[in-house]
Design a protein around this ligand. Sequence first.
Ligand code: URP
Ligand code: ZN
Ligand code: ZN
Length: 463
Amino acid sequence: MSLLIRGGTVVNADSMFKADVFCEGETITRIASRIEPTDVNAEEVIDAAGKYVFPGFIDPHVHIYLPFMGTYAKDTYETASKAAVVGGTTTLIEMVCPARTDEPEEALALWAGKAEGKSACDYTFHMGVTRYDDSAEAQLRKIVEDGIKSFKVFLAYKGAFGVTDDELYATLKLAKELGVVVTAHCENADLVAALQAKLLAEGKTGPEWHEPSRPPRVEAEGVHHFCTFLELTGASGYIVHTSCRDAVEAALPFRARGVDVDLETVIPYLTLDSSYAERGDFEGAKYVMSPPIRAAEHQPYLWNALKAGHLSTVATDHAPFDFVGQKDMGKPPQGDFTKIPNGIPSVEHRVTLLWTKARPDNINGVLDLHRFVDVASTHAAKRFGLFPRKGVVQLGADADLVVWDADHRGTIRAADHYMNTDYDGFEGFEITGRPAAVTVRGSVVARDGRFVGTVGHGGLLRR
Ligand code: URP
Ligand code: ZN
Ligand code: ZN
């Protein structure tokens, strides 16, 4: 298979140029100001005149198979990966989240089995460390040797995924020795438990009380806690789903002292605010995730932090649950916000929403084109050992490409989405721009909002 993309403007995190891009098989093999289809015997030609050509976007934080809060996340690899590529995401990094009693190697095999042969895009995993003992350590060493080169720890979810401080310390020491990055969900689990109990005792049971049960200081404490452990072990860290000013500010002094820690934010925090969780008729449950969607005043700070580089990536934390039958596990008459499965489906909309809000093609945009590519693709590729195979349009890279139509105008509707949920948290949002064509290793997988690829084309990336 060979594919020629003609007449577009290639944009990387550090370069921009008008060029034709030729892909032979799975790889970019030629980039030149003009390539005639007949010169290269191109089997397929995409006209990218007036469009941008970006490296495939990378979502470094998704949940697809997820046993959680008494239920399971709703997507399969088939539905989630179709949704991803339609939205321009060509690589997914999923969190493996075993129960404490599960064996790490069995858990990884279970998660990998859910993806094998069923993904339309490439994928890899962050290996969740939810228990640390001699047996877990031996298995983690093997898992890293096999190319799964990042861990995930939860400082939240007491009694479920959460680790003790002893386990956190041991995990970071191992990560330092093996040279792998530890990703972390940072919230103080004991404070969350105490605040949840207090609010419920006061009869505050609706979804709008989820945010007050996990306020910004609880997240900031988690960030400070994790960064302190990073500083004392010398390990490298990546803080997932940073939601607020307090959390970013908690990390900055550590970064200034040379602690190797990156911060991720996720698209819901940049586009939604806490008023969504206050919607009547239990609609607020659609917007319950952890850390919670914050008051609107945090948003300008997050955008500026993204621009300044204090935040490095925009992921989704895609965690899809239906409104009927799942989110309503916390509905009245029993009414208990702590029973609402945490998560917002968003893997399909990350890049279009980021583009719509950031307007990188506009002189007054919040991000420029290079920063846009960096936060949505290149930084994650570099941080998680996928670069330069992924995250850049250059010779020898995988032919994961997004031809971007900046002129498109549309509206998000659950009725149209590929995600396997009965609602869309961004219902009715107007969007500007979307992928006109998306390729994964040289195969066209999406065109103008429709999936045209093959499930099973995606493979596991060993790093
Ligand atoms: O609410 C969330 N974030 N759900 C998914 C699990 C996690 O904490 O990442
Ligand atoms: Zn989390
Ligand atoms: Zn998550």
